[in-house]
Structure formats: structure tokens, C-alpha cells
Ligand binder design. Structure first.
Ligand SMILES: [Zn+2]
Length: 400
């Protein structure tokens, strides 16, 4: 089974977005968790952007020895040499060079012709290869680049020594079918030039402006892409990048459909999400897939009843699989008696049907007022209703 490599850019694309900046110590903390997650590459920063960022990449490279460290550079000599300097202490490193290739970016942003861009791409990749063993090239705004020119760009990058070609949907404009089609066209052109065993890894990098970053990444995998660039909690420029946890869990849950695997330790996903929130102070939305507070919460009574009988009724994956400590059964006004009985059992109570009815009445009355009933509220109500029995339970517990 093919392995899809996970290139994490939480510390670069993620970190450069407003509200998510991290100092060196924070970057190192997150990088250690990314290593525990077993990502395949950690992009640690953009060294030319500031001396502080260059130092942060150096420190991450010194501290985290088990995962290759990548640094970003524009196709300019100063950029490349700053990245080379930052990567110097790394056990394994990757230089990530990018240049925009769409006519719009070339004309308006870079004031370059297509030919000049090809020349820069070729010379800067060759320069990088003199210092770093592995070079990845990104054709910025690939999604809006003329496809024939994009194929030429990719051929030139490979001839200069790049072994990973990243074709980002920089502006989050693509839809899955057309993004996949771009990779099929580029791969066909690589096969025509370098043969079927060209050994080049194609990579996707998607933004979520239309909410399609994960869908586009998965479509790219179906088109032969074997590296996905993504971030914890989907942080990143504007609406963010493809969410790492959503991509890898989709591949795991729908393994029979994709027929690929990743090297990710799934049970480290939830801890990684919480660590990033703690470090940046930015909480994920409660309804965020995989790592949101409600991702495994079941409130509707019918759902709760089903889950208790068999989790497969309403859960396509277990919370334990992604490292959520326990299923959070929220007791609200839509909860049923069966869920309440289970919660009481977890708290050490075995009510009779009459007692359960009484607790249920009070819990739902409270839920009407408070929307959500916390475990300690249930404890308080159960204590009142089952006063004699709670005393017995406490005695039994202390005896045990
Ligand atoms: Zn990006």
C-alpha cells in the first residue's frame, strides 16, 4: 500500500497568519509534538523573513532530530542562503524553494517574463542542491497557471534537481475535479519526459477559502499525489490550510476507498490540537471535525441510546482512535433516560426505575434552563434523589 507523506506547515504557513505567531520556545514545543505525531516533514519557518525566524528554524533543527526539517525560500539567492544557514544543524533537511508561475503573479507581483521565471527556478534549485540534499519546488498559484507552462516549469525544476514538486492552490480557488486533473496532466508530462519511474513526488497544498482544502487534498491523492501539506487545526493564511487531522483521519476511516496509508500516530492528534490551542490561545470551534469539543458529543436522545447499545450506530470512528480521552456524553434536554442511567452508572449510582424517573425529571428541568447539564449537576441531583443509596455507594466505594 502506498504511503502518503504528511508535510506539516503549522510552524510556517500556520504561524504566519494573524493571531498564531509563536516564539522560538513555543515553536520547539509544537515541533516535539509534531515528532510524536510522526509527521514526515516539519516546515519550521521562512528564515529570510526575520533574524528571529531564522534562529527559530535553527533551534527546531537542533532539538528535533527524528523528523526532516524544511525551510522556505523564494527563488532568490539571499533567501536560499538564509534557509541553508537555518537548516545547517538539522539531522535531515529539505530546502523548499518557491516562485509564482501564474501569468497574473508573474506580471503584477514579480514583473517577470515566463522565460525569466524558468531561469530563476533552474538556477536557484541548482544553488540549493549544492548545500542541501533534498530540494522541493513550489509553483505558487499553480492552480491558476497555464497548464502547458506549468508542465514546463515542472520539467525544468526536476532537471535542476528538485525531487518534490508542490502545486499549491494558493488562493483556495480550485474545486476537487479540476485540482486532480491538474496533477494528472503534470504527471503525464513527467512520465513522457522522464519515464514511468520518474521518482518525483507530487505534493498538494490547499487553502480553505471555499471550504474545500481537505476535499481538494483528497482529490489530489486520487490523482497520484503522495505528499500533502497541511496544518494542525487547519490554521494558515486567511481561511487556513487543509487540516492535518481531517486529511489523515479521512484516509484512515475510508482506507478501503483510498487504498493508501500515512505514518501518523492518530492518537496524538487530539493532544497536538490542544497543545496548539494552548500555545496560541486560539481555541478550535466546538463543531470542528475530529478535534472540536463536540466532535464526539452526542446529545439527541435517540443518538445517545444508539451509541450506548453499539457505538457504530452513530460513530464512524472512536474518540480513542484520535486520542480524545473519553466520549463526552452531553446531557441536555434532548437526552434520553438510557444516557442518564449510563452517566449515573459512571458516577457510581444504580438507580431503580422510579429513582431514575425522578432524577430524569429534575435533569431535564435544569437542562431547559441551563441548556447543558454538567456532570457535577447530575451528581448534585442524584445525591438528593438517591440520598440513602448514595451513602451506601460511598460506603461501598470506601470499602473497596
Ligand atoms: Zn499556503
Amino acid at each position: 500500500m502506498d504511503v502518503v507523506r504528511i508535510f506539516d506547515t503549522t510552524l510556517r504557513d500556520g504561524e504566519q497568519s494573524p493571531g498564531f505567531s509563536m516564539n522560538t520556545a513555543e515553536k520547539i514545543r509544537v515541533a516535539h509534538q509534531l515528532a510524536a505525531l510522526n509527521v514526515d516533514v516539519i516546515e519550521a519557518g521562512f528564515p529570510i523573513s526575520s533574524r528571529g525566524d531564522l534562529e527559530a528554524v535553527r533551534q527546531v533543527a537542533k532539538e528535533v532530530r527524528t523528523v526532516p526539517i524544511a525551510a522556505l525560500a523564494r527563488a532568490r539567492k539571499d533567501d536560499v542562503m538564509a534557509a541553508v544557514e537555518a537548516l545547517e544543524p538539522a539531522a535531515a533537511s529539505r530546502l523548499h524553494i518557491f516562485l509564482a508561475t501564474s501569468d497574473l503573479h508573474l506580471k503584477v507581483k514579480l514583473n517577470m517574463t515566463r522565460e525569466q521565471a524558468l531561469e530563476s527556478i533552474s538556477s536557484m534549485i541548482r544553488l540549493g542542491r549544492q548545500h542541501v540534499g533534498e530540494v522541493e519546488f513550489s509553483a505558487e498559484d499553480a492552480g491558476r497557471t497555464d497548464i502547458d507552462y506549468l508542465c514546463t516549469v515542472c520539467r525544468v525544476a526536476v532537471e535542476a534537481g528538485a525531487t518534490v514538486l508542490n502545486l499549491p492552490d494558493t488562493v483556495g480557488y480550485a474545486v476537487p475535479e479540476e485540482y486532480a486533473e491538474m496533477f494528472r496532466r503534470v504527471d503525464a508530462s513527467l512520465v513522457a519526459t522522464f519515464g514511468a519511474n520518474h521518482g518525483i513526488t507530487l505534493s498538494a497544498h490547499c487553502h480553505d477559502d471555499l471550504g474545500l482544502a481537505v476535499a481538494n487534498s483528497l482529490a489530489a491523492i486520487r490523482a497520484g499525489v503522495r505528499q500533502i501539506e497541511c496544518t494542525i487545526n487547519g490554521i494558515g493564511e486567511r481561511a487556513g490550510n487543509a487540516s492535518l487531522e481531517e486529511v489523515v483521519v479521512a484516509l484512515a476511516v475510508r482506507k478501503e476507498s483510498f487504498n493508501v496509508s500515512t505514518n501518523i500516530n492518530l492518537e496524538q492528534l487530539f493532544p497536538a490540537s490542544r497543545l496548539l490551542s494552548e500555545v496560541t490561545g486560539a481555541q478550535v470551534a466546538p463543531n470542528k471535525a475530529i478535534v472540536g469539543a463536540n466532535a464526539f458529543a452526542h446529545e439527541a436522545g435517540i443518538h445517545q441510546d444508539g451509541i450506548i447499545k453499539n457505538p457504530l450506530t452513530y460513530e464512524i470512528m472512536s474518540p480513542q482512535m484520535v486520542g480524545v480521552p473519553e466520549r463526552s456524553m452531553v446531557l441536555g434536554k434532548h437526552s434520553g433516560r438510557n444516557a442518564l442511567r449510563l452517566s449515573l452508572r459512571d458516577l457510581g449510582y444504580e438507580p431503580t426505575d422510579v429513582e431514575l424517573g425522578e432524577v430524569y425529571k429534575r435533569v431535564t428541568a435544569l437542562a431547559d434552563e441551563a441548556k447543558q447539564v454538567r456532570p457535577r449537576d447530575v451528581v448534585a441531583i442524584a445525591h438528593e434523589v438517591l440520598r440513602r443509596r448514595s451513602t451506601l455507594a460511598a460506603e461501598a466505594t470506601s470499602a473497596a
